[in-house]
Write a protein that binds this ligand. Sequence first.
Ligand SMILES: [Zn+2]
Length: 159
Amino acid sequence: MTGDAAWLREAVTLAERNVAEGGGPFGAVIVAEGRVIARGQNRVTRDMDPTAHAEVTAIRAACRERGDFSLAGATLYTSCEPCPLCVSASLWARLDRVVYAADRHDAARGGFDDREFYELFARDPGTWPTRVEALGATAELDPRAPFDAWLAKADRVRY
Ligand SMILES: [Zn+2]
């Protein structure tokens, strides 16, 4: 087994090992130029961190390893189709590719149904389980002020 299949096998093995160690059934590996930059496992329950999905923990570790907030040129191999959080994290990380093993339906069978999150964006936000509301400008609040400060900062680091 070589290439994509071998890296994916490693991600699945990390997922299986994580279950044995008390974590969720998800693992991820980030690879660039034929070598592993970082590995990640789901740490939600162990770290009390709902964002500690395997892909996110791998992205965080890979960025620390690289000393960069961009993972351009790298591929994320994950044991399961990334949820919307992890797809977004992958886009922000500028990963070249994401390759997964199990799909969202396999995850649902395991009790992790993020299909509803995928479907959420097509629905009226008023029906979402978490209400997301814009308050807008008030006499005491200028919502654009942080962006004005950002644009006025000559040495800002774009990302
Ligand atoms: Zn996720």
